[in-house]
Design a binder for this molecule. Structure first.
Ligand code: CS2
Length: 482
């Protein structure tokens, strides 16, 4: 079936000018931020076209370029029905490794007022346990001595440097990754890096830059070849780069954009359904702990138990009881709800979302990069429970599940393809240790993941959970706790 850009392009409306550069043009942003921004422009106007940047490979650009950067977002409902819409807000896609100068130049263009990011947890080059920029990270070391960067913080700093030299105000940095206080985190990374390059630049960014924190939420599994084929059959032409997503979406944003742009500082996101608030912290905690924390728990334990997707896992009664117990007994008591939010109802809604059988969200996909995810998703909850004298047997089992997973061998003795920036080190640590106690101790020693306090508090319950996992398997362990 051929591609047909003419049919894909929905309207003959004139293209809006670019106002946003987005770093990390993956499926999530195309199913989420791009749609909010397009909806805002449709209703309220503004030059908010998006220039996407792929920081790694040319794959997305190559697919989108052949169809004028237009693609379909397919919403998959639990009853098996689907709807799709075209998204036309992307103006261009740049591939950073091919031409980093073009990326810095695009970000330095005075028409650009926002640089948004979905570069995943590891893209910030920070230490997950402390939140500090890793000055010894290979990409950061490269960016310190080269004007054309590789890392996301490097691109932000070099583009801000160029704007300052040209007398142009900074852009707002709008991070959309699942990290706690994500605005503060990226601000610190940018200022720390700028400080090494030019302290005056760091001062200027600190004073004039804006880094609102955000809470982002929409389940967007990776697009599979069968999704492309099935959409093509429905449309009668090929869209090579559709994105698949659930109906639900929520975007909570701190309303703190670079003031000198006045009412042109951001699109009218509220009209598109985003919530603009003063402080997003409570929403972030809720989402990271309740959604992402249980996602990761289901990912490791579910994968070990042989469940391919989240919906498969929660269709298993033992896992369904387990995840509900996690919310009720361990997660909800650990933090304060955002004003007016009923956490029990939020948990019920999450369970419904997880049960959507049309969304084939693989446990393996969510299991990726666990070393970067565990602290904010699970360990913070365990730590707060410890301080309050509460136990967290379910979350401790999830951490034990991660430890078993990164060992690289599943319950049938088959290899696991572990994707994680620390994968080799984690596997070696686990492999070299003999008994469950030694394995747990070795992995607890990984300071990027576990603080000294956690490493001291967890050996006994974790070793017990890990040994039990080895003895009776993940499904039975989940059943024991649920
Ligand atoms: C998931 C998230 O892959 C993962 O780690 O937990 O991508 C999750 O689907 C989103 O945060 C939902 O908003």
């Amino acid at each position: 079936m051929p591609a047909d850009p003419e049919r894909l392009r929905r309207s003959a409306a004139p293209k809006v000018g670019a106002g946003i550069v987005h770093l990390g043009l993956g499926a999530f942003f195309r199913a989420f931020g791009a749609i909010y921004i397009e909806d805002a422009v449709r209703t309220s106007g503004g030059d908010w076209g998006i220039i996407g940047v792929s920081l790694q490979s040319a794959g997305t650009r190559d697919k989108l370029a052949g169809q004028d950067f237009v693609y379909n977002a397919v919403t998959q409902n639990n009853d098996g029905t689907e709807s799709h819409r075209t998204v036309e807000i992307i103006r261009d896609v740049l591939v950073a490794p091919e031409d980093p100068e073009a990326v810095v130049a695009a970000m330095a263009d005075p028409a650009i007022r926002i640089v948004s990011l979905t570069v995943t947890e590891k893209g910030y080059c920070h230490d997950p346990a402390t939140g500090m920029l890793k000055l010894d990270h290979p990409d950061i070391r490269h960016d310190l001595s080269n004007a054309l960067p590789r890392s996301a913080p490097g691109f932000l700093v070099r583009a801000l440097q160029r704007r300052r030299e040209a007398g142009v105000p900074p852009f707002t940095v709008l991070t959309c990754d699942n990290l706690p206080e994500n605005g503060k985190l990226v601000r610190r990374a940018v200022i720390d890096l700028a400080q090494q390059i030019d302290p005056a630049l760091a001062g200027w960014i600190g004073e004039q830059g804006r880094f609102p924190s955000t809470m982002v939420d929409r389940i967007t599994p990776a697009t599979k070849p069968e999704d492309v084929a099935s959409l093509g059959r429905k449309l009668g032409y090929l869209d090579q780069a559709p994105v698949m997503c659930e109906p639900f979406r929520q975007w909570v944003i701190e309303d703190d954009f670079v003031p000198s742009y006045g009412d042109k500082a951001r699109p009218d996101l509220a009209v598109a359904g985003a919530e603009l608030v003063r402080d997003v912290t409570a929403y972030e905690l809720m989402k990271l702990r309740m959604l992402n924390g249980t996602h990761s728990s289901l990912a490791y334990l579910g994968y070990l138990a042989g469940h391919e997707t989240i919906s498969d896992a929660v269709a298993d009664p033992a896992f369904a009881r387990f995840v509900k117990r996690l919310w009720r007994e361990e997660i909800i008591p650990s933090f304060k709800a955002p004003d007016g939010v009923d956490l029990a109802a939020y948990a019920d809604a999450l369970f419904e979302r997880y049960s959507n059988i049309a969304i084939r969200h693989r446990t393996w996909q969510i299991a990726m990069d666990g070393s970067q995810k565990l602290p904010q998703r699970i360990l913070g909850t365990i730590s707060d429970n410890l301080s309050a004298g509460r136990e967290s047997p379910g979350l401790v089992l999830a951490v034990a599940g991660w430890m078993r997973y990164v060992g690289g061998i599943d319950e049938k003795g088959e290899p696991i393809e572990v994707k994680d920036p620390l994968a080799e080190r984690l596997r070696a640590l686990s492999g070299q240790a003999g008994t469950p106690e030694e394995k747990v101790a070795a992995l607890l020693g990984v300071r990027e993941v576990f603080s000294a306090q956690m490493a001291e508090a967890l050996p006994v319950p974790l070793t017990k959970a890990y040994a039990r996992l080895c003895d009776i398997g993940a499904r039975a362990c989940v059943g024991e706790i649920a």
